[in-house]
Design a protein around this ligand. Structure first.
Ligand SMILES: Cc1ncc(COP(=O)(O)O)c(C=O)c1O
Length: 361
């Protein structure tokens, strides 16, 4: 293939590795590796999918008006400033495509979500990794890394895989001090798990350099449907809409997401169960000598003595049919990320880690 070369940056991309979903020879695995809602999607979303099946021969809506109206209604937002994507990943991709290219820099943090780096490379931009402070995003470090080439600053708040978050005052300080040509992107994939947190929506409305992304993949239990959305200044939404494919979301996915967001009782129940079981799991692990930072999301980052111990525990859990996530690629080789499952799963994973730590395995 002499002479045929991909665009610059593409060969820098290390392929994304998703959470494991099976173990050879083990049936009935407990999957705590991808931060999914253990209770699945709302029954209303399932019913909407059943009904939408009859419309599969029709092209879907191209402006996503019904879903945008539903999101706007539930969150008190302006529908005209919402854009929907194939997961929030696609919205993050639109931002990179529209605002970064060769010679530009895209900032992400040390233990930030893996897609930021990958998407920056995909458009030929340079990802810039900024140190965190004890697994928490550091605004001063980010500001120190900004320059005239900075186009995008990505922060997941709460962050994956650390589960930590920073407060609104710090986010406002960041937004106020990034260079004029840069956009602050607040990735709110786990925002729904934080009681009383709007993901940065009010800040988006107050400023012209802040953009928020959200997803239906986590609390709404619709990871398989691939629906996410972004909320931003009208000018940025207009730009992103030009590069969005007109039929990016299927009829079935749109119907599921619209029903899911309207089922606020289900959202509330999922959030409450998550908070209760997350606290229980973190405490149970701590009793077994496995600390974790206070998590604000639907997972805990369990810290072990070193990488070997984390690896051995992961192998042991797999032998017991429990899948958690190694996060070596996130520069956290001595940690395992454990999704908060249902009560039985939380008890089982805590019990097995207890046996592992006691050397009784
Ligand atoms: C921080 C963060 N942002 C974005 C995403 C992307 O989610 P989706 O594309 O399913 O909306 C994830 C998924 O793991 C995530 O953890």
């Amino acid at each position: 293939m002499a002479g045929i070369e991909p665009q610059p940056g593409i060969m820098e991309i290390a392929l994304y590795v998703g959470g494991k979903s099976n173990v050879e020879g083990v049936s009935n695995v407990i999957k705590l590796s991808s931060n999914e809602n253990p209770f699945g999607p709302s029954p209303a979303a399932q019913e909407a999918v059943r009904r939408a099946v009859h419309e599969m021969h029709r092209y879907p809506s191209t402006d996503h008006a019904a879903l945008r109206e539903a999101i706007a209604g539930v969150h008190g937002l302006a529908a005209g400033r919402i854009i929907c994507g194939v997961g929030s990943d696609e919205v993050l991709q639109f931002l990179c495509q529209a605002y970064a290219g060769p010679g530009d820099e895209v900032i992400h943090t040390e233990h930030g979500f893996a897609m930021y780096r990958l998407l920056a490379h995909a458009v030929g931009a340079t990802p810039i990794e900024v140190a965190e402070r004890e697994r928490v995003v550091c605004v001063d470090h980010i500001l120190a890394a900004c320059n005239e080439r900075t186009r995008l600053v990505f922060i997941a708040n709460p962050n994956n895989p650390t589960g930590t978050m920073i407060g609104m005052a710090e986010i406002e300080r960041l937004a106020a001090n990034i260079p004029p040509q840069a956009i602050l992107v607040l990735d709110g994939a786990y925002a729904e798990y934080v009681e009383g947190y709007d993901g940065g929506a009010r800040l988006v409305e107050a400023r012209d350099n802040v953009f928020m992304t959200r997803t239906f993949s986590k609390l709404y239990g619709l990871g398989g449907m691939r629906v996410g959305w972004g909320y931003g200044p009208k000018e940025i939404i207009d730009v992103l809409t030009r590069i969005r494919q007109p039929f990016n979301l299927s009829t079935v996915a749109l119907a599921a997401a619209e029903a899911a967001i309207r089922d606020t009782a289900y959202v509330e129940k999922s959030r409450e169960e998550n908070s209760r079981l997350r606290a229980w799991l973190a405490e149970a692990l701590a009793e077994h000598g496995v600390p974790s930072d206070a998590s604000t999301a639907n997972f805990v980052l369990a810290r072990f003595g070193d990488a070997d111990e984390a690896g051995a525990c992961d192998t042991y859990l797999q032998s017991q049919g429990i899948l958690v996530r190694r996060v070596t690629g996130y520069k956290l080789p001595a940690a395992l990320r454990i999704t908060v499952g249902d009560e039985a799963s939380c008890r089982r994973v805590a019990h097995c880690i207890g046996l592992f730590k006691a050397g009784e395995r």
